[in-house]
Unconditional design. Structure first.
Length: 80
């Protein structure tokens, strides 16, 4: 495993240390790794959503009426 040193303002350093002390993480490095993993996951989800939006926009206009779309959405929600 590689090592990276970061500089934090004292208030952020205290926050990170508190997270480790509270027992949620074994140490400050564990907390920072978790934050980075969460950010990676968040960015992957955003990229996926952007891909879906792009595909939808590129697919063109649909032929369903707003009432038909609403009926399908309600059916999907109710499980019908």
């Amino acid at each position: 495993m590689s090592t990276m040193n970061i500089s934090l303002p004292s208030t952020l350093k205290e926050w990170v240390e508190e997270q480790a002390r509270d027992g949620n993480y074994s140490n400050t490095s564990d907390y920072m790794r978790d934050l980075i993993r969460q950010e990676q996951t968040r960015r992957e989800k955003i990229a996926h959503m952007q891909q879906l939006v792009t595909e939808a926009l590129e697919s063109g206009a649909g032929s369903s009426t707003p009432d038909e779309l609403l009926a399908r959405a309600r059916a999907a929600v109710s499980g019908s």
